[in-house]
Design a protein around this ligand. Structure first.
Ligand SMILES: [Zn+2]
Length: 247
């Protein structure tokens, strides 16, 4: 059989911890910004103590906090979860009047060969409306994710320009990643951002890159090693956490 080194060198999605660990309430930051930043310059995640939504854009780690502020993280700051790529799309294309996350996901699907691989997305656009949420910093003992998200900040902004980015993952990866679309946003001023719950009237340049796999690094903290990760209805818990449901 012929040796094919090129296939082994393919770029992968680089992930730190997994979504099931968040579902179980493992919110401690265990991976440093420096460590994650060596693996990619575009991506998303969440902060130490589940504090806010991470936007990794051009190698800068922005954390959108539950109080509405956005900060830039330092190399020794830590993250509970992160997913990054060495993003290098071939081209970006103008996409107009995108009125939902489903429509954006469909626009991504039109540009890739198969839904069975990972896709990273960058959409530099103007949005007529954008619904965002930011998780609030949690304190120990942590609640499971499905309960912790009930105090999240939810906010709809209008007439905003910035970068929506993230991933569309194959459904079989639910629990490791988030199956289907998972997008975060940061505006051009770096002061508005979060996890994207909904979009309307979006026009901009859409870039997509496909990856044939994911590398997952697991925490080795006592909390992770001792956690019960037999979680039951993980799919339901993730769908609940990914939607809007402020109490
Ligand atoms: Zn998110």
């Amino acid at each position: 059989m012929r040796h094919r080194p090129a296939a082994r060198d393919a770029k992968l999605v680089e992930q730190f911890s997994h979504v099931d660990a968040l579902v179980a309430g493992l919110f401690d930051g265990v991976f440093s910004v420096e460590e994650v930043g060596r693996r990619g310059h575009l991506g998303l995640g969440c902060g130490d103590h589940m504090d806010g939504e991470l936007v990794v854009l051009d190698g800068v780690f922005h954390l959108c906090h539950g109080d509405g502020t956005v900060s830039v993280l330092a190399a020794d700051d830590t993250l509970a979860f992160a997913e990054v790529v060495d993003f290098g799309p071939v081209a970006a294309e103008l996409v107009e009047a995108v009125d939902s996350i489903d429509a954006l996901t469909a626009a991504v699907a039109e540009r890739v060969v198969s839904p069975n691989l990972f896709h990273a997305v960058r959409f530099d656009a103007h949005f007529a409306t954008l619904s965002l949420r930011e998780a609030k910093r949690q304190t120990k003992p942590y609640l499971p994710l499905a309960e912790a998200v009930h105090d999240q900040r939810e906010n709809t902004v209008t007439d905003v320009t910035g970068t929506l980015l993230g991933f569309v993952a194959p459904s079989v990866f639910q629990g490791i990643s988030v199956a289907g679309p998972h997008f975060h946003f940061l505006d051009t001023t770096g002061t508005v951002g979060g996890h994207v719950l909904g979009i309307g009237g979006a026009t901009g340049e859409l870039a997509v890159e496909t990856y044939p796999g994911v590398t997952v690094r697991l925490p080795t903290t006592p909390e992770f090693l001792g956690a019960d990760l037999e979680l039951g209805d993980v799919d339901g818990a993730i769908r609940h956490a990914e939607s809007d449901h402020q109490r």
